[in-house]
Write a protein of this length. Structure first.
Length: 222
């Protein structure tokens, strides 16, 4: 169970890997494009970062693209199972385990605690790796996390490099304040509406990336 996996209290191993992995920047050469001028502002305090899930290297791509923040990734608890080394590594990287089929209050509390502590928490609301062009429907759990923590949601779109000759391109959207839009107690219909609105924002970021590739520019607004 996710409640049994206690978080690590320091970032010694995390920061060591982040520093030694810096040469990876020369390989993926991340290029950031933005939805607007506001989206260019650095992410401060508690933020729930959501992204499409194009492949298994997405967490690495996000860490290399937004290098000035430590990332706390939400992942299924299955990743913590198996060898003790595997479990140790995921804990050292401050990953937050959840049961996809039975999202518990313990998982909700752990994630909201991280957000309230001013950390950057990353989620892939499609719920699975989706290498296709179409973005799958988003799970609505992120809306509850934003409401419980009073933290904004920042949508991000990843276009991973196809090979070493291609660059990693990441589009960053404006922060979305769910509580300001729907109040502290939105209805179930409004929660679903908010999830679909964020999915549509993800599609807009996808279009911005496509435009940037075709024109070799970095547009602020599509």
């Amino acid at each position: 169970m996710s409640e049994e996996i206690k978080p690590v209290k320091n970032y010694i191993f995390y920061d060591f890997v982040r520093i030694t992995a810096s040469p990876g920047l020369l390989v993926v050469r991340p290029k950031l494009v933005y939805e607007s001028e506001k989206a260019k502002e650095k992410l401060r305090g508690g933020v729930l970062l959501i992204s499409n899930h194009a492949g298994f290297f997405d967490p690495v791509h996000l860490m290399l693209s937004i290098r000035y923040r430590r990332h706390h990734f939400v992942c299924i608890k299955d990743f913590f199972e198996g060898s003790k080394l595997k479990r140790w590594l995921f804990r050292q990287f401050h990953c937050i385990p959840i049961d996809r089929d039975n999202f518990s209050m313990g998982s909700l509390r752990r994630i909201t605690d991280e957000l309230k502590a001013g950390h950057l928490v990353c989620m892939f609301p499609e719920g699975h790796v989706n290498g296709g062009e179409n973005i799958a429907p988003f799970k609505s759990g992120m809306i509850l996390l934003s409401l419980q923590s009073s933290c904004p949601i920042v949508p991000v779109y990843i276009r991973p490099p196809k090979n070493i000759l291609h660059r990693l391109i990441v589009a960053v959207g404006e922060p979305v304040d769910i509580k300001a839009l729907y109040g502290a107690r939105p209805s179930l219909a409004q929660i679903d509406e908010a999830a679909e609105m964020l999915r549509e924002k993800e599609e807009k970021l996808q279009q911005i990336v496509t435009f940037a590739i075709k024109t070799k520019q970095s547009p602020e607004v599509l």
